[in-house]
Ligand binder design. Sequence first.
Ligand SMILES: [Zn+2]
Length: 376
Amino acid sequence: MKKFIFILDALKANQLGLIQLNMSEKVHAVNVIPPFSFEPDASYLCGLHPEESNAGLKYWKTKNVNNSKIFHLLQILPNRPRIVRKIINKILKKTPLPSLKKYKNNYACIPFKMLKYFELSNESELFQKSSGSMPSTIFDSIQGDYCYMGVPYTSGQLDYIKTNLTQDKLKQYNTFFIYISDLDNTGHKYGGISAEYDTKLTEIIHYIKSVVTSFDKEEQVNYIIFGDHGMVNVKKYINLERILKKLPLQIEKDYIYFLDSTMARFWFYNEKAEKLIYHALAELEGGSWINDEDKTQYKIRYNHNKFGDAIWWVNDESIISPNFWQCEKKIKGMHGYRKNVNENHTCVISNQKLYNSTDTIEMIELNQILETFLKN
Ligand SMILES: [Zn+2]
C-alpha cells in the first residue's frame, strides 16, 4: 500500500469544490480552523496547543540582549525601502558574523536598532521522528523508512517536487510526505480570492492526481491533503508606526515592540508606556487587544512574556503596514487571523473516511487524523 500526505501551504477551506472536481473521485473533506497566529506545525505534527509547544510567532524577545559593537554599527544602516533592506540582508548573508548567526539570515525588515532584543522562537525541528527532549510527532507512527520532500528541508516549489519525486522514489518508498509551498506565495502576491490562486491550486491538484494515479490498479493508494492556514484578501493597511510616534514615549527607554503582519506586540518598561499605548490602540478601528478570554480560547496562556506583555490583533482583511516582515510593501493576501475569519480556514481532504465530513475541526484534531491515517 502507498500512503501520501500532502501539505499545501495556504490551502483555503472554500476551495473544496475545485479540488473535488479536479480529483474526479469521491473524496472526504472537512473545514479546519488554524491555531493562533503563524506557527501551526506543532498542532498537527504533535497534537500540542501553542501554550504547550511555545508556538506562536517566529520571533520572540531574547533574555540575553547582545550589546556588542556590531549591533551599534548596524543601526546606521537604513531599514527601508524594502529593496534596499533586501540588498543589505543579502550582504549580511554573505558576511558571517558570530553575533548574527542565531538569526539564520531571517532578518526580514526588523529595524536594526531593535534586532538585538529578539531571537527566533522555534528551536526544534518538528518535521522528523522525535528524539531527546523533542515531543513525539506523527513521523513516529510511520513504520520504517519514508520519503519526505519539500519545506522545511528543501524548496517546496511544485517544480522542485516534480523534478525530484522520481518514478524510482515512488517505487522505493511506501509512505510519502510532500510539502508544497507555491500557494502561499501566490496568495500573498495576488490574494486568496484571485484567478492566480485558483490557477495555481488547479495545477497542484492536477499534479497530485497524476502522482496518486500513477500506480498499477492492484496497488492501494491512500492520500490525505491539507493546508496549514487559508489566505485572506487584504483591503486595509494600518500604519501603527505613525500612531506610536505621536505618543510622548521613547522606544527602548519606555517600551519595545515587534510588528508582525497581523499583530503588534509590546513589552512595556513602565506604567506610562503601558497606559498610553493601550489607550491609543484600544481606540483604533481595525483590531483589538488580546484579552484573558482570548488567551483561554486560543490556548496561549504562556508561562512567560517572550511573545509580548500585550498583543494587539488586527481584524479581518487588515494588515499592519509597514511591518517587520513585508516592510512598506502592500501585499494583497495574508493569514494569521482570528477563528471567526472563514477565509483564514483551511481544510483536509482524503480518499479515506477519517472524519465526519459535516464538522468543522480545530487543527489540533488533525494530529489524531494523521496518526490514524499512518497507522491503518
Ligand atoms: Zn504565508
